[in-house]
Ligand binder design. Structure first.
Ligand SMILES: Cc1cc2nc3c(=O)[nH]c(=O)nc-3n(C[C@H](O)[C@H](O)[C@H](O)COP(=O)(O)O)c2cc1C
Length: 184
């Protein structure tokens, strides 16, 4: 429920983009616990002019942040707004090599923008195979099957994450969440 009758502060707003609901769930939890205004990326009108900071929550799909380009386009006119980015994905949020790659990409994407990228957080995502589109399901099934054919010693850390997310589909157990909540 996004339009609750409660007093919300508009100096920070939470905007989310989500295909299967994990990022939306995180966004609702953050908005509720911090009492921030909440809005889906599909529905932003001109709230971005009225706030000092946007907390943008979105999943990664094949290395790309879902909806981030759209947000950047929306913010073209919004001078000086601060952005906190929360990225959701199944790969271990603590793994430095993944984070470095993504941070490099983000810095490139925001080059020349008038907003200020303040901080980036990562949260553990979830795979709900039954909910996936056919294309996504085929891709994830292929990655999972290929990983399962390997011996444990040949698996990369990301492949282990795929197996774990595939086999524990309902678990979102993120210790980072509460730590992050204090900082945003
Ligand atoms: C086709 C596909 C590609 C994905 N690619 C990545 C990826 O590159 N890195 C990652 O950490 N997670 C990846 N994921 C996992 C999603 O980020 C994860 O399922 C997330 O919780 C989805 O969020 P949503 O429910 O808000 O859409 C991928 C998932 C799918 C289905």
């Amino acid at each position: 429920m996004e339009w609750k009758e409660r007093k919300v502060t508009l100096n920070k707003i939470v905007i989310y983009s989500s295909r299967y609901g994990t990022s939306a769930k995180y966004a609702h939890k953050i908005a509720e616990q911090k009492n921030y205004f909440l809005c889906s990326l599909d529905k932003i009108v001109n709230y971005t002019d009225k706030c000092d900071e946007i907390i943008f929550i979105a999943p990664i799909y094949i290395g790309k942040i879902f909806g981030f380009n759209k947000l950047i386009r929306e913010l073209r006119q919004s001078n000086q707004v601060k952005i906190t980015l929360i990225i959701v994905g199944i790969y271990d949020p603590q793994r430095a090599e993944n984070n470095l790659k993504i941070e490099k990409m983000i810095i490139k994407m925001v080059e020349g923008s008038s907003f200020k990228l303040q901080s980036i957080y990562r949260l553990r995502g979830q795979l709900n195979i039954k909910k996936l589109s056919i294309t996504h399901r085929i891709l994830i099934n292929a990655l999972y099957t290929a990983a399962k054919k390997k011996g444990n010693e040949d698996l990369s850390e990301n492949e282990k994450d795929i197996i774990s997310a595939y086999e524990n589909q309902k678990q979102v157990n993120d210790d980072n969440f509460n730590k992050m909540l204090k900082n945003i």
